[in-house]
Ligand binder design. Structure first.
Ligand code: PMP
Ligand code: GLN
Length: 382
Protein backbone atom coordinates (compact mmCIF):
# COMPACT_ATOMS: atom_id res chain seq x y z
CA UNK A 1 0.00 0.00 0.00
CA UNK A 2 3.09 2.20 -0.07
CA UNK A 3 4.11 4.11 -3.17
CA UNK A 4 7.46 3.74 -4.97
CA UNK A 5 9.17 6.01 -2.44
CA UNK A 6 7.81 4.11 0.55
CA UNK A 7 5.15 6.70 1.43
CA UNK A 8 1.49 5.80 2.08
CA UNK A 9 0.04 5.88 -1.42
CA UNK A 10 -3.25 7.25 -2.74
CA UNK A 11 -4.93 5.29 -5.52
CA UNK A 12 -4.24 6.33 -9.09
CA UNK A 13 -7.94 7.29 -9.34
CA UNK A 14 -7.60 9.81 -6.49
CA UNK A 15 -4.39 11.22 -7.91
CA UNK A 16 -5.61 11.70 -11.48
CA UNK A 17 -9.05 12.99 -10.41
CA UNK A 18 -7.33 15.62 -8.22
CA UNK A 19 -5.18 16.68 -11.20
CA UNK A 20 -8.25 16.79 -13.47
CA UNK A 21 -10.08 19.02 -10.96
CA UNK A 22 -7.05 21.26 -10.47
CA UNK A 23 -6.70 21.88 -14.22
CA UNK A 24 -10.44 21.78 -14.99
CA UNK A 25 -9.74 18.96 -17.41
CA UNK A 26 -12.32 16.52 -18.77
CA UNK A 27 -11.97 13.55 -16.42
CA UNK A 28 -11.88 10.34 -18.47
CA UNK A 29 -9.71 8.80 -15.74
CA UNK A 30 -11.76 7.52 -12.80
CA UNK A 31 -14.74 5.47 -13.98
CA UNK A 32 -17.93 7.24 -12.93
CA UNK A 33 -20.81 8.37 -15.12
CA UNK A 34 -21.72 12.05 -15.50
CA UNK A 35 -25.45 11.34 -15.61
CA UNK A 36 -27.57 10.36 -12.63
CA UNK A 37 -29.29 7.00 -12.26
CA UNK A 38 -33.12 6.85 -12.64
CA UNK A 39 -34.99 9.61 -10.72
CA UNK A 40 -37.68 7.22 -9.44
CA UNK A 41 -34.96 5.06 -7.88
CA UNK A 42 -33.29 8.05 -6.21
CA UNK A 43 -36.72 9.05 -4.83
CA UNK A 44 -37.04 5.68 -3.09
CA UNK A 45 -33.78 6.34 -1.20
CA UNK A 46 -34.96 9.85 -0.24
CA UNK A 47 -38.32 8.51 0.97
CA UNK A 48 -36.57 5.74 2.92
CA UNK A 49 -34.42 8.30 4.77
CA UNK A 50 -37.45 10.45 5.56
CA UNK A 51 -39.45 7.49 6.80
CA UNK A 52 -36.84 6.18 9.21
CA UNK A 53 -34.40 3.84 7.40
CA UNK A 54 -31.50 5.38 9.28
CA UNK A 55 -30.30 2.75 11.75
CA UNK A 56 -28.26 -0.41 11.13
CA UNK A 57 -29.58 -2.73 8.46
CA UNK A 58 -29.28 -6.49 8.99
CA UNK A 59 -25.69 -7.64 8.40
CA UNK A 60 -26.63 -9.63 5.28
CA UNK A 61 -28.71 -6.78 3.86
CA UNK A 62 -32.46 -6.18 3.99
CA UNK A 63 -34.51 -9.17 2.83
CA UNK A 64 -36.23 -7.10 0.12
CA UNK A 65 -32.85 -6.45 -1.54
CA UNK A 66 -31.63 -10.03 -1.13
CA UNK A 67 -34.87 -11.21 -2.75
CA UNK A 68 -34.43 -8.71 -5.59
CA UNK A 69 -30.84 -9.90 -6.17
CA UNK A 70 -32.05 -13.50 -6.29
CA UNK A 71 -34.90 -12.62 -8.71
CA UNK A 72 -32.50 -10.65 -10.92
CA UNK A 73 -30.11 -13.64 -11.14
CA UNK A 74 -33.07 -15.79 -12.10
CA UNK A 75 -34.53 -13.38 -14.66
CA UNK A 76 -31.24 -12.76 -16.49
CA UNK A 77 -29.28 -15.98 -15.95
CA UNK A 78 -31.78 -18.67 -14.84
CA UNK A 79 -29.84 -19.11 -11.58
CA UNK A 80 -31.66 -20.19 -8.41
CA UNK A 81 -30.24 -18.30 -5.46
CA UNK A 82 -31.70 -18.63 -1.95
CA UNK A 83 -32.13 -15.06 -0.65
CA UNK A 84 -31.80 -16.28 2.94
CA UNK A 85 -28.48 -18.10 2.66
CA UNK A 86 -26.87 -17.47 -0.72
CA UNK A 87 -26.73 -13.65 -0.86
CA UNK A 88 -24.86 -11.06 1.17
CA UNK A 89 -25.14 -7.31 0.58
CA UNK A 90 -21.86 -5.41 0.86
CA UNK A 91 -20.56 -1.85 0.94
CA UNK A 92 -19.77 -1.79 -2.76
CA UNK A 93 -18.19 -4.62 -4.70
CA UNK A 94 -14.93 -3.51 -3.08
CA UNK A 95 -16.00 -4.82 0.31
CA UNK A 96 -17.27 -8.10 -1.12
CA UNK A 97 -13.90 -8.62 -2.86
CA UNK A 98 -12.07 -7.86 0.40
CA UNK A 99 -14.30 -10.14 2.47
CA UNK A 100 -14.08 -13.02 -0.04
CA UNK A 101 -10.27 -12.86 -0.20
CA UNK A 102 -9.80 -12.45 3.56
CA UNK A 103 -12.22 -15.32 4.18
CA UNK A 104 -10.36 -17.86 2.06
CA UNK A 105 -6.69 -16.89 1.93
CA UNK A 106 -4.07 -18.15 4.34
CA UNK A 107 -0.59 -16.58 4.30
CA UNK A 108 1.38 -18.00 1.37
CA UNK A 109 -1.66 -19.17 -0.63
CA UNK A 110 -1.61 -18.21 -4.28
CA UNK A 111 -4.23 -16.17 -6.08
CA UNK A 112 -4.33 -16.12 -9.88
CA UNK A 113 -5.75 -13.10 -11.70
CA UNK A 114 -5.47 -11.80 -15.21
CA UNK A 115 -3.14 -8.85 -15.71
CA UNK A 116 -3.84 -5.94 -15.92
CA UNK A 117 -5.99 -6.22 -12.79
CA UNK A 118 -8.25 -3.89 -10.81
CA UNK A 119 -6.14 -2.17 -8.15
CA UNK A 120 -7.96 -3.43 -5.06
CA UNK A 121 -7.12 -7.07 -5.91
CA UNK A 122 -3.38 -6.61 -5.43
CA UNK A 123 -3.93 -4.57 -2.25
CA UNK A 124 -6.21 -7.19 -0.67
CA UNK A 125 -4.05 -10.13 -1.71
CA UNK A 126 -1.14 -8.26 -0.09
CA UNK A 127 -3.12 -7.58 3.11
CA UNK A 128 -3.93 -11.31 3.29
CA UNK A 129 -0.19 -12.10 2.94
CA UNK A 130 -0.94 -14.23 -0.08
CA UNK A 131 0.98 -14.47 -3.37
CA UNK A 132 -0.40 -12.82 -6.49
CA UNK A 133 0.23 -14.74 -9.75
CA UNK A 134 -0.87 -13.26 -13.04
CA UNK A 135 -1.78 -14.40 -16.53
CA UNK A 136 -1.13 -11.58 -18.94
CA UNK A 137 -3.70 -10.20 -21.34
CA UNK A 138 -1.58 -8.82 -24.14
CA UNK A 139 -2.47 -5.95 -26.47
CA UNK A 140 -4.09 -5.70 -28.89
CA UNK A 141 -6.43 -8.68 -28.34
CA UNK A 142 -6.25 -8.76 -24.50
CA UNK A 143 -7.25 -12.45 -24.53
CA UNK A 144 -5.50 -14.91 -22.20
CA UNK A 145 -3.53 -17.88 -23.48
CA UNK A 146 -5.22 -21.05 -22.21
CA UNK A 147 -1.80 -22.64 -21.92
CA UNK A 148 -0.50 -19.83 -19.67
CA UNK A 149 -3.67 -20.06 -17.57
CA UNK A 150 -3.08 -23.81 -17.11
CA UNK A 151 0.49 -23.18 -16.06
CA UNK A 152 -0.44 -20.46 -13.56
CA UNK A 153 -3.01 -22.49 -11.61
CA UNK A 154 -1.42 -25.17 -9.41
CA UNK A 155 -2.17 -26.97 -6.17
CA UNK A 156 -0.85 -23.89 -4.35
CA UNK A 157 -3.67 -21.79 -5.87
CA UNK A 158 -6.47 -21.10 -3.43
CA UNK A 159 -8.46 -18.54 -5.44
CA UNK A 160 -8.85 -17.78 -9.14
CA UNK A 161 -10.10 -14.19 -9.22
CA UNK A 162 -11.59 -13.19 -12.55
CA UNK A 163 -13.12 -9.90 -13.62
CA UNK A 164 -15.56 -10.25 -16.49
CA UNK A 165 -16.31 -7.94 -18.34
CA UNK A 166 -12.78 -6.79 -17.69
CA UNK A 167 -11.55 -3.45 -16.34
CA UNK A 168 -9.33 -1.92 -17.80
CA UNK A 169 -9.20 -3.73 -21.16
CA UNK A 170 -12.93 -3.99 -22.01
CA UNK A 171 -12.51 -7.70 -22.78
CA UNK A 172 -15.47 -10.05 -22.39
CA UNK A 173 -14.05 -13.53 -21.87
CA UNK A 174 -15.14 -16.38 -24.11
CA UNK A 175 -17.07 -19.33 -22.72
CA UNK A 176 -13.99 -21.41 -23.52
CA UNK A 177 -11.88 -19.32 -21.10
CA UNK A 178 -14.58 -19.46 -18.42
CA UNK A 179 -14.96 -23.23 -18.78
CA UNK A 180 -11.20 -23.61 -18.47
CA UNK A 181 -11.24 -21.60 -15.22
CA UNK A 182 -13.95 -23.92 -13.88
CA UNK A 183 -12.02 -27.03 -14.93
CA UNK A 184 -8.85 -25.71 -13.26
CA UNK A 185 -10.76 -24.81 -10.08
CA UNK A 186 -12.04 -28.40 -9.88
CA UNK A 187 -8.65 -29.96 -10.73
CA UNK A 188 -6.74 -27.91 -8.14
CA UNK A 189 -9.52 -27.52 -5.58
CA UNK A 190 -9.76 -23.71 -5.73
CA UNK A 191 -12.48 -21.14 -5.24
CA UNK A 192 -13.46 -18.80 -8.04
CA UNK A 193 -14.14 -15.19 -7.14
CA UNK A 194 -15.94 -13.62 -10.10
CA UNK A 195 -16.08 -9.81 -10.14
CA UNK A 196 -18.93 -9.15 -12.57
CA UNK A 197 -19.67 -5.51 -11.72
CA UNK A 198 -19.94 -4.70 -15.46
CA UNK A 199 -22.41 -7.56 -16.09
CA UNK A 200 -24.95 -5.30 -17.82
CA UNK A 201 -22.44 -3.16 -19.70
CA UNK A 202 -21.65 -5.29 -22.75
CA UNK A 203 -21.81 -4.26 -26.38
CA UNK A 204 -23.17 -6.70 -28.94
CA UNK A 205 -22.42 -9.68 -26.74
CA UNK A 206 -24.32 -11.15 -23.79
CA UNK A 207 -22.73 -11.52 -20.37
CA UNK A 208 -22.35 -15.14 -19.26
CA UNK A 209 -21.83 -15.44 -15.48
CA UNK A 210 -19.24 -18.08 -14.75
CA UNK A 211 -21.62 -19.40 -12.06
CA UNK A 212 -24.16 -20.24 -14.78
CA UNK A 213 -21.81 -22.67 -16.58
CA UNK A 214 -21.68 -26.38 -15.67
CA UNK A 215 -19.68 -26.94 -12.47
CA UNK A 216 -19.33 -23.20 -11.90
CA UNK A 217 -21.88 -22.30 -9.23
CA UNK A 218 -20.65 -24.69 -6.54
CA UNK A 219 -17.17 -23.07 -6.45
CA UNK A 220 -17.94 -19.45 -7.27
CA UNK A 221 -18.53 -16.28 -5.27
CA UNK A 222 -20.08 -13.87 -7.77
CA UNK A 223 -19.77 -10.17 -7.00
CA UNK A 224 -21.67 -7.25 -8.50
CA UNK A 225 -22.61 -3.68 -7.67
CA UNK A 226 -25.37 -1.12 -8.10
CA UNK A 227 -22.69 1.44 -8.89
CA UNK A 228 -22.14 0.30 -12.46
CA UNK A 229 -25.53 -1.07 -13.52
CA UNK A 230 -27.52 1.95 -12.32
CA UNK A 231 -24.98 4.81 -12.30
CA UNK A 232 -24.88 5.09 -8.51
CA UNK A 233 -21.15 4.63 -7.95
CA UNK A 234 -21.25 6.76 -4.80
CA UNK A 235 -23.94 4.68 -3.09
CA UNK A 236 -21.51 1.79 -2.58
CA UNK A 237 -24.10 -0.96 -2.60
CA UNK A 238 -22.71 -4.28 -3.82
CA UNK A 239 -23.40 -7.95 -3.20
CA UNK A 240 -22.01 -11.44 -3.37
CA UNK A 241 -23.97 -14.54 -4.35
CA UNK A 242 -22.99 -18.19 -4.30
CA UNK A 243 -23.46 -21.45 -2.43
CA UNK A 244 -24.33 -21.23 1.26
CA UNK A 245 -20.93 -22.40 2.56
CA UNK A 246 -19.01 -19.77 0.56
CA UNK A 247 -21.44 -16.93 1.31
CA UNK A 248 -21.44 -17.77 5.02
CA UNK A 249 -17.66 -17.30 5.01
CA UNK A 250 -17.93 -13.95 3.18
CA UNK A 251 -20.63 -12.76 5.59
CA UNK A 252 -18.57 -13.80 8.59
CA UNK A 253 -15.70 -11.55 7.49
CA UNK A 254 -17.97 -8.77 6.25
CA UNK A 255 -19.52 -8.35 9.69
CA UNK A 256 -16.12 -7.26 11.03
CA UNK A 257 -15.32 -4.95 8.10
CA UNK A 258 -18.44 -2.79 8.11
CA UNK A 259 -21.03 -4.97 9.87
CA UNK A 260 -23.83 -3.65 7.64
CA UNK A 261 -24.41 -1.30 4.72
CA UNK A 262 -26.59 1.82 4.15
CA UNK A 263 -30.26 0.95 4.82
CA UNK A 264 -31.81 3.76 2.76
CA UNK A 265 -30.08 2.76 -0.46
CA UNK A 266 -31.07 -0.89 -0.20
CA UNK A 267 -34.82 -0.62 -1.01
CA UNK A 268 -33.91 1.70 -3.90
CA UNK A 269 -31.43 -0.81 -5.35
CA UNK A 270 -34.02 -3.57 -4.88
CA UNK A 271 -36.40 -1.62 -7.10
CA UNK A 272 -33.64 -0.86 -9.63
CA UNK A 273 -32.83 -4.57 -10.03
CA UNK A 274 -36.45 -5.04 -11.03
CA UNK A 275 -36.36 -2.42 -13.84
CA UNK A 276 -37.50 -3.66 -17.25
CA UNK A 277 -34.95 -5.22 -19.60
CA UNK A 278 -35.29 -2.11 -21.80
CA UNK A 279 -33.57 -0.06 -19.07
CA UNK A 280 -30.51 -2.33 -19.00
CA UNK A 281 -30.33 -2.56 -22.79
CA UNK A 282 -30.84 1.19 -23.20
CA UNK A 283 -27.97 2.01 -20.85
CA UNK A 284 -25.62 -0.49 -22.54
CA UNK A 285 -26.52 1.00 -25.91
CA UNK A 286 -25.78 4.57 -24.67
CA UNK A 287 -22.40 3.38 -23.43
CA UNK A 288 -21.68 1.64 -26.74
CA UNK A 289 -22.40 4.96 -28.49
CA UNK A 290 -20.01 6.71 -26.09
CA UNK A 291 -17.32 4.12 -26.78
CA UNK A 292 -17.72 4.71 -30.49
CA UNK A 293 -17.47 8.52 -30.24
CA UNK A 294 -14.27 8.23 -28.24
CA UNK A 295 -12.74 5.40 -30.28
CA UNK A 296 -13.49 7.11 -33.62
CA UNK A 297 -12.12 10.40 -32.31
CA UNK A 298 -8.90 8.83 -31.04
CA UNK A 299 -8.40 6.94 -34.28
CA UNK A 300 -9.02 10.07 -36.33
CA UNK A 301 -6.28 11.73 -34.28
CA UNK A 302 -3.95 8.90 -35.28
CA UNK A 303 -4.13 7.07 -31.93
CA UNK A 304 -4.86 3.32 -32.25
CA UNK A 305 -7.62 2.02 -29.99
CA UNK A 306 -8.56 -1.46 -28.80
CA UNK A 307 -12.35 -1.44 -29.13
CA UNK A 308 -14.02 -2.69 -25.93
CA UNK A 309 -16.71 -5.41 -25.76
CA UNK A 310 -17.93 -4.10 -22.41
CA UNK A 311 -17.31 -1.92 -19.30
CA UNK A 312 -16.83 1.86 -19.03
CA UNK A 313 -13.34 1.78 -20.55
CA UNK A 314 -11.25 1.53 -23.68
CA UNK A 315 -7.50 1.32 -24.13
CA UNK A 316 -5.55 3.58 -26.48
CA UNK A 317 -2.02 2.88 -27.67
CA UNK A 318 0.27 5.91 -27.56
CA UNK A 319 3.46 3.93 -28.18
CA UNK A 320 4.11 5.43 -31.59
CA UNK A 321 4.49 8.99 -30.34
CA UNK A 322 5.09 8.94 -26.61
CA UNK A 323 8.24 10.66 -25.47
CA UNK A 324 8.10 9.38 -21.94
CA UNK A 325 6.40 6.77 -19.83
CA UNK A 326 2.56 6.61 -20.03
CA UNK A 327 2.41 7.38 -16.28
CA UNK A 328 4.20 10.66 -16.95
CA UNK A 329 1.95 11.34 -19.95
CA UNK A 330 -1.14 10.67 -17.79
CA UNK A 331 0.16 13.04 -15.08
CA UNK A 332 0.81 15.81 -17.61
CA UNK A 333 -2.32 15.38 -19.76
CA UNK A 334 -4.81 17.23 -17.50
CA UNK A 335 -2.69 20.39 -17.80
CA UNK A 336 -1.28 19.95 -21.31
CA UNK A 337 -4.27 18.47 -23.17
CA UNK A 338 -7.17 19.18 -20.81
CA UNK A 339 -8.20 15.50 -20.61
CA UNK A 340 -7.39 12.96 -17.87
CA UNK A 341 -6.75 9.23 -18.45
CA UNK A 342 -5.24 6.35 -16.46
CA UNK A 343 -2.02 4.54 -17.48
CA UNK A 344 -2.44 0.76 -17.74
CA UNK A 345 0.89 0.15 -16.08
CA UNK A 346 -0.64 0.91 -12.66
CA UNK A 347 -2.73 -2.27 -12.98
CA UNK A 348 0.26 -4.61 -13.42
CA UNK A 349 3.13 -6.20 -11.50
CA UNK A 350 6.24 -3.94 -11.41
CA UNK A 351 8.29 -6.47 -13.40
CA UNK A 352 5.68 -6.46 -16.20
CA UNK A 353 5.37 -2.69 -16.64
CA UNK A 354 7.27 -2.76 -19.93
CA UNK A 355 4.52 -4.89 -21.57
CA UNK A 356 1.92 -2.17 -20.93
CA UNK A 357 4.00 0.97 -21.08
CA UNK A 358 2.39 2.94 -23.90
CA UNK A 359 -1.22 2.14 -23.04
CA UNK A 360 -3.77 4.54 -21.57
CA UNK A 361 -7.27 3.79 -20.29
CA UNK A 362 -10.05 6.25 -21.12
CA UNK A 363 -13.54 6.16 -19.53
CA UNK A 364 -16.42 6.75 -21.96
CA UNK A 365 -19.29 6.71 -19.42
CA UNK A 366 -19.85 10.40 -20.17
CA UNK A 367 -22.39 12.48 -22.12
CA UNK A 368 -21.86 12.49 -25.93
CA UNK A 369 -21.06 16.22 -25.92
CA UNK A 370 -18.43 15.72 -23.21
CA UNK A 371 -16.82 12.91 -25.20
CA UNK A 372 -16.87 15.04 -28.37
CA UNK A 373 -15.20 17.90 -26.49
CA UNK A 374 -12.58 15.47 -25.18
CA UNK A 375 -11.97 14.15 -28.69
CA UNK A 376 -11.35 17.73 -29.85
CA UNK A 377 -8.72 18.23 -27.14
CA UNK A 378 -7.11 14.82 -27.69
CA UNK A 379 -5.99 15.94 -31.17
CA UNK A 380 -3.20 17.63 -29.17
CA UNK A 381 -2.01 14.37 -27.67
CA UNK A 382 0.28 13.21 -30.51
N1 PMP B 1 -14.40 -4.20 -9.48
C1 PMP B 1 -14.10 -3.56 -10.61
C2 PMP B 1 -13.56 -4.32 -11.76
C3 PMP B 1 -14.28 -2.18 -10.70
O1 PMP B 1 -13.98 -1.54 -11.82
C4 PMP B 1 -14.76 -1.50 -9.57
C5 PMP B 1 -14.84 0.00 -9.59
N2 PMP B 1 -15.83 0.50 -10.01
C6 PMP B 1 -15.08 -2.21 -8.43
C7 PMP B 1 -14.88 -3.56 -8.41
C8 PMP B 1 -15.60 -1.54 -7.19
O2 PMP B 1 -16.98 -1.43 -7.18
P1 PMP B 1 -17.73 -0.64 -6.02
O3 PMP B 1 -17.63 0.81 -6.33
O4 PMP B 1 -19.12 -1.17 -6.04
O5 PMP B 1 -17.04 -0.95 -4.73
N1 GLN C 1 -13.66 1.42 -10.53
C1 GLN C 1 -13.31 2.76 -10.89
C2 GLN C 1 -12.30 2.73 -12.00
O1 GLN C 1 -11.75 1.70 -12.36
C3 GLN C 1 -12.70 3.55 -9.77
C4 GLN C 1 -13.04 3.26 -8.40
C5 GLN C 1 -12.10 3.97 -7.45
O2 GLN C 1 -11.89 5.16 -7.57
N2 GLN C 1 -11.51 3.22 -6.58
O3 GLN C 1 -12.04 3.78 -12.51
Amino acid sequence: LLDASGQPGVTIFEEITALANQHEAINLGQGFPDTEGPAEIRQIAVDAILSGANQYAPGSGILQLRQAISEHQNRFYSLDIDPETEVVVSTGATEAIAAALLAFLEPGDEVVTFEPYYDSYAAMIGLANAQHKVVQLKAPAFEPSIEELRQAVTDKTRVILINNPHNPTGTVFSTQVLNEVIALAHRHDCIIVADEVYEHLTFGTKHVPIASLPGGFERTITISSAGKSFSFTGWKVGWATGPKNLITAVRTVKQFLTYSSGPAFQPAVAKALDLPVAFFEGFASELADGAQILADGLENAGIPVIRPKGTYFLVADINSFRHSDAIEVARKMPASVGVAAIPLSVFVHPENVSSYQGLLRFAFCKKPEVLSAAVGKLQLLP
